[in-house]
Design a protein around this ligand. Structure first.
Ligand code: NDP
Length: 339
């Protein structure tokens, strides 16, 4: 895919010239910012336990194919902070000349460092965490900074005030929220609007098997002009054909087991996935491709935030963009399986 060229003994990455030919970009809510229909997340496969060259190839493969958006968080690893450090090294080696073609996001809100200031939603935590993230990544600013999850104890005004402050400091260009329910999202967007820093985007979990966003959140986002980027669109790999014949050694459920465990993948689940896989094949798609296309059929979804453990998976997922249309009959068949 990507070309390497010589120069004073060093090889430097040169991005594919065709990188913008196949990707579509969607406007993020009512903002000026366009996001690729598929974005890449660094939650897994970018830790210190992962192969550095594989991580590097994933980012190159993504960018060569029009994926301009890389999503991180302070505690992605393992250990915490490792994904940002790995990203920083790759950025320095390969992506520095492309900074203005990239959207880089990070987050704070979950457990990060010991003591009372390394978790949840205080101004103290958010502001120091972004400073640390910028240092690890070797960046002057991130494009999007998120509050990673709602904090029931901290006043929303304080958390949103911290986001606004970071934009005014020039450390983030835009801000977003993640995992907030519809009601809190509405409150947060109103506070941010009053502060003069509109909420750009919401990052919820959304896939064929987890559809909570359909009960109000997507309506709020549309009404408020906020974009939506769906995380874990493949349900961490369940919505692919990989577990149909058992548990592959190199799969997340076997290899990692922190967030996806083999005992979560039972016979009933596999029966549903088998039926979905048949529908995907009848559309001429892999199940991963159909799962991504199914999300993108809704214009309120700005981008689908995939993970990948190898470039082949990314290339497979990208082909989803070749067919985003669903007939009413196919949608009905899918609903019958998911019931
Ligand atoms: P997915 O649901 O896309 O799962 C990705 C995994 O599925 C891959 O690592 C790989 O697993 C497998 N896979 C991917 N593509 C294919 C394919 N084409 N064929 C077969 N298997 C495939 O997303 P993630 O759960 O990784 O989440 C994506 C991103 O969302 C994260 O990196 C992060 O940026 C964000 N996120 C945000 C959260 C939040 O709270 N805001 C929470 C969680 C995620 P395998 O290892 O088995 O090969």
């Amino acid at each position: 895919m990507s070309k390497l060229f010589g120069g004073s003994g060093k090889k430097r990455y040169q991005a594919e010239e065709t990188r913008y030919d196949k990707m579509n970009y969607r406007r993020c809510g009512k903002s000026g910012l366009m996001l690729p229909e598929i974005s890449l997340g660094l939650w897994h496969n970018f830790g210190f336990t992962d192969n550095f060259e594989n991580s590097r190839n994933l980012l190159k493969c993504a960018f060569d194919n029009g994926i301009t958006h890389f999503d991180l968080a302070n505690n992605y690893g393992p250990p915490y902070g490792a994904a940002e450090t790995t990203f920083g090294e790759i950025f320095k080696k390969d992506f520095k000349p492309y900074r203005d073609e990239l959207l880089i996001s990070t987050k704070a809100g979950w457990d990060m460092w010991p003591g009372p200031y390394g978790n949840f939603g205080s101004r103290k935590y958010l502001i120091s965490s972004l400073d640390q993230s910028l240092q690890r990544m070797g960046l002057d600013y991130v494009d999007i900074f998120y509050h990673h999850r709602p904090d029931p104890e901290t006043p929303l005004e304080e958390t949103m005030g911290a986001l606004d402050h970071l934009v005014r400091q020039g450390k983030a260009l835009y801000v977003g929220i993640s995992q907030y329910n519809a009601e809190d999202t509405l409150k947060a967007t109103k506070i941010l609007k009053d502060l003069g820093t509109p909420c750009l985007i919401h990052q919820p979990k959304y896939n064929m098997m987890d559809r909570w966003v359909e009960n109000g959140l997507l309506d709020v986002l549309e009404n408020e002009g906020v974009g939506a980027i769906a995380f874990s669109p493949l349900q961490q790999g369940i919505l692919t054909d990989k577990y149909l014949a058992g548990f592959p050694e190199n799969s997340r459920a076997v290899k990692d087991g922190r967030y996806l465990k083999t005992n979560q993948i039972d016979k009933d689940l596999i029966s549903k996935v088998t039926q979905l896989n048949k529908i995907a094949i009848s559309r001429g798609q892999s199940l991963a491709q159909m799962a991504i296309a199914w999300l993108l059929k809704d214009k309120r979804i700005t981008s689908v935030l995939v993970g990948a453990s190898r470039t082949e998976q990314l290339m497979d997922s990208l082909k989803a963009l070749e067919n985003l249309e669903f007939s009413p009959e196919t949608l009905k068949k899918i609903e019958n399986v998911l019931k």
